[in-house]
Design a protein around this ligand. Structure first.
Ligand SMILES: Cc1ncc(COP(=O)(O)O)c(C=O)c1O
Length: 374
């Protein structure tokens, strides 16, 4: 069945086609580096053919991927390089689910799972996160959702859009469930690396042979244009099946993406980039929190990780607010919660660096909220 458009992407297309926003209170990624930041570490003689070494991806990059996830005891053959986390997830949904299967996911969560499940004829079973508990996900509720038809659990950690972390003890409980029922546990870690509470959570690919971790250099390192990500799984069959499907789509890896990502993930460089992103992100998130605290019509749970969170809106719905804010004189972007099935919320973000013009955007949002217009 055809893949149909999701509300979130529809909204992005719509806003891209309209007058461009001048300010963004919605970016989820750290300030993107420039190409010149990498030139000294790249070989000008690099052939722009494929990497010539492995269809799984550049071996040095696969080792870096394991190191950054704290999975150095796994084999580089447990890693497949993909065109971002999005492609890694897509390959898994397409190869591991069939019509009539059930996939359990969280709500709110990343809409890709539902979109692809629907096109396959699989049934999406949604487990709500509890807003009154700071968007906590209850592993017991996940357990209760399992049926003999369940084939996969798909979660984001940190969560998009709330920034909530699944703690290690809950991840272990979920890994046990996956083992016990023989279900794939796919955890999308695209937002890992910018934790504000505690430390980065362990990756499920290291916890169970049913665990699959997906991720990329897109968010904490601001390198989403490289289209370079990965899946990590100890099952050679999963990696092989995904590689076979990818051959029918993007076919091979983006060679520049592989090399730049490998440089970006070298330990010293990674530590420096994360320290900078953390410093910038903490400051902009503090600003966002002070703003929300000062607005009678907004309330939120500050994200535990990453640069986005979900705010509840009073007195109007999230979509009316987002659309009015896009119009002159405000011309400021944020994402309506309806993109996640939550009409009373908006997704706000503190990423994108100075180009997002966050401070000015917040001033415009405040003006709109106080204008009596909505
Ligand atoms: C949860 C989640 N997964 C995957 C993606 C896609 O990331 P990538 O650029 O690595 O494909 C995004 C992008 O916003 C996301 O929020």
């Amino acid at each position: 069945m055809k893949v149909t458009i999701h509300k979130l992407f529809e909204y992005f297309i719509e806003t891209a086609a309209a007058e461009p926003p001048e300010c963004f209170i919605g970016f989820s990624f750290a300030r993107p580096p420039r190409l010149k930041d990498f030139l000294a570490d790249l070989d000008p003689e690099l052939s722009l053919d494929w990497n010539g070494a492995s269809f799984l991806g550049l071996p040095a990059l696969r080792n870096r991927v394991l190191d950054q996830a704290g999975l150095s005891d796994l084999s580089p053959d447990d890693v497949l390089i993909t065109a971002g986390t999005a492609e890694a997830n897509y390959l898994l949904f397409r190869q591991l689910l069939a019509s009539g299967d059930e996939i359990i996911t969280e709500t709110p969560g990343w809409p890709q799972a539902g979109n692809i499940a629907k096109s396959i004829g699989a049934r999406l079973v949604e487990v709500p996160r509890d807003e009154s508990q700071g968007w906590h996900l209850d592993p017991q509720a996940v357990a209760r959702a399992i049926t003999p038809r369940t084939r996969m659990i798909f979660l984001t950690n940190p969560n998009n859009p709330t920034g909530r972390l699944i703690p290690e003890s809950d991840l272990r409980a979920l890994a046990d469930l996956a083992e016990r029922h023989g279900i794939w546990l796919v955890v999308d870690e695209v937002y890992a690396g910018l934790e504000w509470v505690g430390h980065r959570m362990p990756s499920v690919a290291g916890m169970t042979r049913f665990g699959i971790t997906t991720g990329s250099v897109s968010k904490a390192l601001g390198l989403q244009g490289l289209r370079t990500g990965w899946m990590i799984c100890q099952s050679p069959q999963v990696i092989c099946d995904a590689m076979i499907l990818r051959e029918n789509g993007s076919e091979i890896m983006n060679i520049l993406g592989e090399h730049i990502a490998e440089v970006a993930l070298r330990p010293d460089r990674l530590a420096g980039s994360l320290a900078q992103a953390r410093k910038d992100g903490a400051a902009t998130l503090d600003r966002l929190e002070a703003f929300v605290d000062g607005q009678a019509r907004l309330g939120w749970h500050r994200p535990e990780a990453g640069l986005i969170g979900l705010a509840r809106v009073e007195g109007t719905d999230g979509e009316s607010l987002a659309r009015a804010l896009l119009q002159p004189p405000y011309r400021t972007f944020l994402l309506p919660g309806s993109a996640y099935g939550l009409p009373q919320h908006v997704r706000i973000g503190a990423g994108g660096g100075p180009e997002a013009r966050l401070e000015e955007g917040l001033g415009r949002l405040s003006a709109l909220l106080c204008s009596g217009q909505i």
